[in-house]
Design a protein around this ligand. Structure first.
Ligand SMILES: Cc1ncc(COP(=O)(O)O)c(C=O)c1O
Length: 475
């Protein structure tokens, strides 16, 4: 007797069409409505709980019911990261054409880890690595990997550095890592994961522009050498998370080279600004790095799930990641030397190249450059306008994150700025996040999403203006 359930997962053409039509209509409605949707819907409960409506058991639902459930329980609550009014953290937006790449990647289920299994997917990944590496000024001998995001990319870079510099249990306690408190916390996570939690981390002070003080860096390295320590790794930001600032890459590169220290640049947010003339000037010196990370799900506007790690000398990347196994013996026969599986901890991996390659092929790199130039202009505009309203501003933005705070005549400034961010988030029409800069509660506007244009920036400015005037603050 035919077991009906065994045919359930292989839909007929008619069934596929129905599922696709309904899903596409749902997606189209979401996109068409996006400008009317809130940027933030505060969850009703502040605690993580099990949503009974999402339970999996033997009960089934049809596609309409499922899409409705998704809309109410998943798409609506929380941050609307597709919205152009989202200027919190580091947004990207999530371009539509990436979804087409993800669709084909999922239905073809190409195995992107090994050349022999999918030479096309691997060649595509290698081409994306070449394109990104060339942007950063690496021209030959480099290697890289498409990762799930910046945290994983930082992890691979630091693992590679550790192997290249022979850091191990015998010398870890004398090993020194240099960074600043502006480094992203995924760096600390990576240090832990790769077993360097017992190394010495020197947090070098930042200057008034929130950039690593290179003089202090050099003095610290010299002192560490004098007392027999091993300066191993220096980490610079090329677009810090807090304020989008770029550390003095040229100077740090020279210091690192002089002392044979591995130089890592976290360009997760700032990297793709290399496509713009202004960004390229600001990022001068990036090519001196031994490793770089860049996140296409930030300044290349891809949906979440896309990071890139680049290593100047591929042999270090291979040394840190290549392992063999009997069951993989067939995979080695077709010259798979540059397969992603030997360049990262992942074996089976999402065919994530397609979501990046398809949009670049469809629109060309210059389209992305135009959008990034617009973000630089908008950040400049916001910086000067928010000052006019009466806010204090941080350093002139290197890229497209602006930090600012309001200092009321009376009362506690930290409390007042916390109030502003809460007011904005409770309203939800636009979203910004906050941070602490030099001990002060500070607001930040990250103008990165491809959907953020002047309308959204003006909306935020109006809202800020209204909040401070409704508080009866005399300017
Ligand atoms: C500078 C920087 N590095 C690393 C990361 C971590 O990237 P991801 O969130 O993709 O893991 C971020 C995230 O915002 C970042 O801003």
């Amino acid at each position: 007797m035919k077991n009906k359930k065994l045919y359930l997962l292989e839909e007929s053409q008619q069934q596929r069409k129905e599922l696709l039509d309904k899903t596409i209509t749902f997606g189209e409605n979401f996109l068409d409505n996006l400008t009317h949707l809130k940027a933030y819907n505060k969850p009703l409960s502040a605690t993580v709980s099990t949503n009974k409506k999402l339970l999996i058991n033997d009960n089934t639902a049809n596609i309409e019911e499922i899409l409705l459930l998704l809309e109410e329980e998943v798409l609506k609550p929380g941050l609307n990261t597709a919205s152009g009014a989202n200027m919190g953290y580091i947004p990207g937006g999530g371009i539509f054409s990436s979804a087409l790449g993800d669709y084909i990647a999922a239905i073809s289920n190409k195995f992107a880890g090994v050349f022999y299994a999918s030479p096309g997917a691997v060649n595509m990944e290698n081409e994306l690595i070449r394109w990104t590496a060339n942007l950063a000024g690496y021209t030959e001998g480099y290697g890289g990997n498409l990762t799930s995001g910046g945290s994983y990319a930082n992890l691979i870079a630091l693992l590679t550095a550790k192997r290249a510099k022979n850091i191990n249990i015998r010398n870890v306690e004398k090993t020194v890592v240099y960074c600043s408190h502006q480094s992203h916390h995924s760096i600390q996570k990576a240090i832990n994961i790769i077993g360097l939690e017992d190394c010495i981390i020197r947090y070098i002070n930042i200057d008034s522009e929130l950039r690593i003080d290179v003089k202090e860096l050099e003095v610290q390295i010299t002192e560490d050498l004098k007392i027999g320590l091993n300066p191993f790794l220096v980490i610079a930001n090329a677009g810090s998370t807090d304020a989008g600032m770029i550390d003095p890459l040229l100077d740090i590169g020279k210091i690192a080279a002089k002392h044979s220290i591995w130089f890592h640049i976290d360009a997760a947010y700032g990297g793709f600004y290399l496509m713009t003339n202004r960004g390229r000037k600001k990022l001068n010196g990036i090519s001196a790095a031994d490793s770089i990370i860049m996140d296409p799900h930030k300044s290349l506007f891809l949906p979440y799930g896309s990071g890139i790690v680049l290593i100047k000398d591929i042999k270090h990347l291979i040394a840190a990641n290549q392992y063999t196994a009997n069951y993989m013996q067939d995979a080695g026969e077709d010259g798979n030397s540059y397969s992603p599986s030997i360049l990262s901890p992942e074996l089976s991996k999402h065919f994530r190249g397609l979501r990046m390659w398809l949009p670049l092929k469809l629109y060309g790199q210059s389209a992305f450059k135009e959008y990034l130039d617009e973000k630089l202009d908008l950040a400049k505009y916001f910086y000067s306008e928010v000052k006019k309203i009466g806010f204090e501003v941080g350093p002139k933005p290197d890229l497209s994150v602006v930090i600012f705070r309001y200092v009321p005549r009376n009362g506690n400034a930290d409390h007042f700025n916390r109030f502003i961010v809460k007011e904005i988030q409770n309203n939800g029409k636009v979203f910004i996040s906050s941070t602490i800069i030099n001990g002060n509660f500070t607001l930040r506007a990250a103008i990165v999403s491809f959907r953020t244009h002047k309308t959204e920036v003006d909306f935020l400015l109006n809202m800020l203006s209204e909040i401070i005037s409704s508080e009866g603050v005399t300017l």
